[in-house]
Design a protein around this ligand. Structure first.
Ligand code: ZN
Length: 269
């Protein structure tokens, strides 16, 4: 049974629907979500409702916990804090309850899922972005009786492999899970990629074939940025604002009201 792994949706409905369409077209039987359903973008309720309707099992991310008031935002960047303050009063009671019920870890196809890191305890906050931190988490896998862990939070697709020869960081579309090694794998972000490729990212895990494949999906970036702009979420110097500036450059929206608005909001002119 193949499993699609989605992470860091961040209330980006255009990216989420594009990814779900691709997953459906590939006839993948099961979808699981590594957390951060909300934050940054302007469709938190629609995204959480879609996940609930589809029966997609999720674990909690730091933005999910912040949005329900279970985590304070003092360590969040300005754009993340503004988005959480905007999201909190708008989340429906049913969606808030759903986020409140999310576990910190889950198992799928023998693999362990966590949003942030496995060390010192499974958590939503530590970024696995350097060798030292990845090694500290990957060394916790035996106590969870797992060879493979999928994580999110950094918004960058990567496969880390620990074996006798040491720790390796792999950036490749398809990873073969050789036995005897331990793995920490990030499928990338659906709603806010941070690896220089603006498309949405997700992964397909085939536990029988022992493969993990990273997929990229284009979506209507201008549409979601327009909604974020209208909601006041394009905070100065934020990633969203920079994305809006790029989107305004990519497409000749110069003569349209949207192009003018995106250019003005992104400080282009
Ligand atoms: Zn995130």
């Amino acid at each position: 049974m193949r499993v699609a792994l989605i992470s860091d949706l961040h209330a980006n409905l255009e990216a989420l629907t594009a990814v779900l369409d691709r997953i459906d077209a590939a006839r993948i039987e099961r979808i699981v979500c590594l957390g951060d359903l909300v934050g940054y973008h302007a469709d938190p309720n629609a995204c959480v409702e879609l996940i609930r309707e589809r029966g997609i099992a999720c674990i909690a991310g730091n933005h999910d916990l912040a949005a329900i008031g279970r985590k304070d935002t003092e360590h969040f960047g300005a754009a993340a804090r503004v988005a959480i303050d905007w999201t909190r009063p708008r989340l429906s009671a049913a969606n808030r309850d759903f986020l409140a019920g999310l576990p910190l870890t889950m198992r799928v196809g023998g693999a362990l899922l966590v949003h942030g890191a496995l060390h010192p305890e499974p958590n939503t906050d530590l970024h696995l972005s350097n060798d030292r931190r990845v090694r500290a988490s990957i060394e916790r896998l035996p106590e969870h009786d797992a060879e493979v862990c999928f994580f999110g939070h950094t918004h960058r697709p990567v496969a880390w492999r620990l074996e006798a020869g040491g720790l390796a960081r792999l950036h490749q579309r398809e990873t073969h899970l050789i036995p005897g090694a331990r793995w920490m794998i990030n499928p990338g972000s659906v709603g806010q990629s941070r690896d220089g490729d603006a498309r949405a990212a997700f992964a397909i895990f085939d536990p029988d074939a022992r493969t993990v494949t990273i997929e990229r999906v284009a979506f209507d970036q201008v549409a979601c940025l327009r909604k974020a702009a209208a909601a006041g979420l394009l905070v100065k110097e934020s990633r969203l604002r920079k994305a809006a500036r790029k989107a305004a450059d990519w497409v000749d929206y110069g003569r349209t009201a949207l192009g003018k608005r995106l250019r003005r909001l992104s400080g282009v002119g």
